[in-house]
Design a protein around this ligand. Structure first.
Ligand SMILES: Cc1ncc(COP(=O)(O)O)c(C=O)c1O
Length: 380
């Protein structure tokens, strides 16, 4: 008699539960449309991409692609080993130096993703005897790392400075963790005030700058540690932890995610280096800021109430998960690809469309999305 795999019935039940709550998630093939930075193809249909995080339009920039191609020729496809063995090259060192020069941090180390970066930093620094204070909305990668290490996690209501102050007063010296720009709300943390509080209570500040690096004033503070991801505004892949030389040297010697994993591909580093150069003039950021302002104006004129975000992330709360899916499907039929964000990514009842704007969206693309949103909202 064939053996029954005991995991399969369990998976089937869990699948049914997720489906019943409209939380079953599936991937869909999404292909670029050649020559069009912000157009993609799904199920044979062309869509304007308002779901990706390529805020500055660098993911398909010819100079970024050329820089990666040159690095591929020189270094090959992969780093072939972990950084401490033989996977640490000039491409890594140069990108680290570039990031330090830009941010004012002393040292950096690179990892294959932001998830791994947050994991490496927090799991290496903290253990069950520590208390960490964090904004209620910090990213899953940080929560997972802290839970994994059984850290006592004290969370303050989103961006609530007085609650953060209370928690710091009760546990002075404890690290405080926040994002610069919040991934699902698009608003910013009061970093200057948080840094002042942390200084008062001798607490290290840790900032996940995934969505704010080069796009916000997050560099106004120099936290104890900053996580920068390359998969968003820089259009690439990977991440960096930035901090003091002492912190980074310690992580190099101790972070399991760094030591026991193949180093980021050198060609990926070269692409990010080029993307940083292209972002240096601030021109792309200005184009993005113009697009954000124009889109919000169009929405306001048409009675579409977006969350109060000044960043590239423009969420529209719809509430119920089924409604989120229904509106996202409707928009796809009209040619717009948007993020349909549901619990557990956001709290229950706060399902939303996550609309991401880019420097390379054209005004008519923004205007037609605003009109389609107005129809969906008013037709409800
Ligand atoms: C705030 C935040 N931190 C970290 C990450 C993880 O970054 P990566 O996609 O490079 O793993 C993300 C991406 O989803 C994020 O939004």
């Amino acid at each position: 008699m064939a053996k029954v795999n005991v995991l399969l019935p369990r998976i089937a039940i869990l699948q049914q539960q997720l489906q019943a709550r409209a939380l079953w998630r599936q991937r869909q093939l999404t292909e670029p449309v050649p020559g069009c930075t912000r157009l993609v193809q799904r199920n044979g249909q062309q869509l304007i991409d308002f779901a990706g995080n390529d805020y500055l339009g660098l993911a398909r920039h010819p100079q970024v692609i050329a820089a990666q191609q040159r690095a591929l020729q020189h270094y090959g496809c992969g780093s072939t080993a972990s950084p401490l063995v033989s996977g640490y090259s000039d491409a890594h060192a140069q990108l680290e130096q570039q990031l330090c020069a830009l941010s004012g941090h002393e040292a950096a180390l690179l990892l294959p993703s932001g998830y791994a970066g947050n994991s490496a930093l927090l799991k290496t620094l903290f253990s069950a005897s520590d208390t960490v204070i964090a904004d209620k909305l910090i990213h899953a990668s940080m929560i997972d790392a802290l839970r994994d290490r059984q850290v006592t996690l004290k969370r303050f209501a989103h961006n609530d400075l007085s609650r953060a102050e209370q928690l710091l007063a009760n546990a002075p010296g404890s690290a405080l963790v926040t994002e610069s720009v919040f991934s699902m709300d698009g608003d910013s943390a009061p970093l200057v005030e948080l840094a002042a509080l942390c200084q008062r209570f001798d607490s290290p500040l840790i900032v996940d700058d995934a969505h704010g690096f080069l796009l916000s004033d997050s560099l106004a503070v120099t936290p104890f540690a900053r996580i920068v991801t390359f998969g968003k505004a820089l259009g690439g892949q990977g991440a960096a932890i930035l901090g003091s030389r002492q912190l980074i040297d310690y992580l190099v010697a101790s972070a399991r995610e760094y030591i026991y994993s193949t180093a980021l591909a050198p060609a990926a580093c070269a692409g990010v280096s080029q993307a940083l150069q292209l972002a240096a003039s601030g021109q792309l950021q200005q184009q993005l800021a113009n697009n954000i302002q124009y889109f919000r104006q169009e929405c306001e004129m048409l009675g579409v109430t977006l969350m109060p975000s000044l960043s590239a992330i423009q969420p529209l709360i719809l509430g119920d998960s089924n409604r989120v899916l229904q509106v996202a499907t409707n928009l796809a039929q009209q040619g717009f690809l948007v993020g349909a964000i549901r619990p557990p990514t956001v709290p229950q009842g706060q399902g939303r469309l996550r609309l991401t704007l880019s420097a390379v969206h054209q005004p008519h693309q923004l205007a037609t999305l605003a009109m389609a949103l107005a129809e969906c909202c008013h037709g409800a």
